[in-house]
Design a protein around this ligand. Structure first.
Ligand code: R1P
Ligand code: GUN
Length: 449
């Protein structure tokens, strides 16, 4: 039973330490080369390569087309590590063993895993030689409990129940589509769902029909366990399937698939796959820390722009209000001893009318208030003694309560009119001057006695 097998954290760590003591490379990207795709490592500079048989704890590769070598090297100055040959369950390895290198890479500081494989197509639109960007997978082994994460969970790597939705990085997927367009090979590239079956036999026609009905675009015998383990330990994953054959789905079809044919297509398309892989690898080679820093910078700039827009809006509102109120007369009314105030803004021509009504009201109330009788009588006499005066005069007592602020230009005119028409007391003159010197619309007490 695979689930009883355990690999201790120390065993992964020992292998990681051994590798790091044998190479100066500190890769951020790891690549697993699928069947016939071992040449993906060829373009790496300053290579350090190790046979799997020399690496402590590493399983051995037994499949033709999988060299069994770990190659460290640089692409455009960025270190990466390439597995020339992967491990399959059908070789007799446990799923924990087939995914052993992934956790070792994680402990070495790898952040992104690029998986490649050879696969048979079920989708009518995928032809041999096409490249499928893996959008998602169906892990048939996992669905029946054959999963490298079975057994005690190593919390140092990841959670007991890891999410798998979105395990194939969306950003890198769209990036590859862009790159394919730029390279003029967009018609060779499309996204699809990969399914992993146990192998090593290829599919019967009934199985092929079933997979097709289930929505599988391409099928192979690897990849899913590696992706599950990589996602569990927080690696960013990108996957490419090279379509090496069409899966036979019809009893009338006389064609049949074989491993040599699979390897041959791999060799023929190796150059294109290599170019695509290199371009994604260069972007992925930018560490998560760098990518995060870029996101933080972007967030900071967005916030700054938002703040500036807010400031501009506030200033615009202030200016708008200022100009809107500029030509209005402002009347401020304070009531009693309570801090009760009312501000009324109205067109200058309506202001006097309003004041007249207000004063009539006040006078009526003053008449009924016993304590203000004396003040009222005195003021009332003043008003009635000069009935020709077109503008009513606010009684002295009320001037404590009512004030008017005219628009700046009108305030000046009004001041001149008041000066020429009726002599103001020294006190109210002083108030007019004092208030007019303020920046606000000038306040002119309209009480003139
Ligand atoms: O998935 P990779 O390793 O690319 O290999 C694929 O090709 C082999 C069959 O020809 C199988 O191992 C299948 O999984
Ligand atoms: N299962 C399976 N694996 C493959 N690997 C390459 N081609 C195929 C295929 O047709 N079926």
């Amino acid at each position: 039973m695979h689930s009883k097998e355990q690999i201790g954290h120390d065993e992964y760590q020992n292998t990681a330490d051994w590798l790091m003591s044998h190479t100066k490379h500190r890769p951020l990207v790891a690549i697993i080369c699928g069947s016939g795709l071992g040449m993906l490592a060829d373009t790496l500079k300053c290579q350090d390569s190790f046979d799997y048989s020399d690496i402590p704890g590493f399983p051995q590769s037994t499949v033709q087309g999988h060299a069994g070598r770990l190659v460290f090297g640089e692409l455009k100055g960025k270190s990466c590590v390439c597995m020339q040959g992967r491990f399959h369950m059908y070789e007799g390895h446990s799923l924990l063993k087939t995914t052993f290198p992934i956790r070792v890479f994680k402990l070495m500081g790898v952040e992104t895993l690029i998986v490649t494989n050879a696969a048979g197509s079920l989708a009518d639109g995928l032809q041999p030689g096409d490249i499928m960007i893996i959008k998602d997978h169906i892990n048939f082994l996992g669905l029946v409990g054959l999963n490298p994460l079975c057994g005690p969970n190593d919390d140092k790597f990841g959670p007991r129940f890891p999410a798998m939705s979105g395990c194939y990085d969306k950003g890198l997927r769209s990036l590859l589509m862009e790159i394919a367009k730029q390279m003029g090979v967009a018609d060779l590239v499309q996204e699809g769902v990969y399914a992993m079956v146990g192998g090593p036999n290829f599919e019967t026609i009934a199985e092929a029909k079933l997979l097709h009905r289930l929505g599988v675009d391409a099928v192979g015998m690897s990849t899913a366990p590696e992706v599950v383990v990589a996602t569990h330990c927080g690696l960013r994953v990108f996957g490419l399937s090279l379509i090496t054959n069409k899966v036979v789905k019809s009893y009338e079809d006389s064609e049949s698939v074989n491993h040599e044919g699979v390897l041959e297509v791999g060799r023929l398309r190796s150059h294109t796959v290599q170019q695509l892989k290199n371009k994604v690898q260069r972007t992925a080679g930018m560490s998560n820390a760098m990518a995060n820093q870029q996101s933080i910078d972007l967030l900071f700039i967005s916030l700054l722009i938002l703040f500036l827009v807010l400031v501009v809006l506030i200033v615009l509102c202030w200016v708008f209000r200022h100009f809107k109120n500029r030509n209005l007369t402002e009347m401020r009314i304070s009531a009693g001893q309570l801090p009760l105030r009312m501000v009324i803004r109205t067109k200058p021509e309506h202001a006097q009318q309003f004041m007249d009504h207000l004063m009539d009201r006040f006078i009526f109330q003053e008449e009924t208030g016993p304590d203000c009788e004396e003040a009222f009588t005195e003021e009332h006499e003043q008003v009635t003694s000069n009935p020709s005066q077109s503008q009513k005069v606010i009684p002295k007592k009320m001037s404590q309560w009512i004030s008017m602020a005219l628009p700046p230009r009108q305030a000046r005119k009004r001041e001149m009119t008041l000066n020429s028409r009726s002599p103001c007391t020294d006190q109210s003159q002083a108030e007019i001057h004092a208030l007019q010197q303020q920046d606000e619309p000038q306040h002119a007490l309209s009480s003139c006695h």
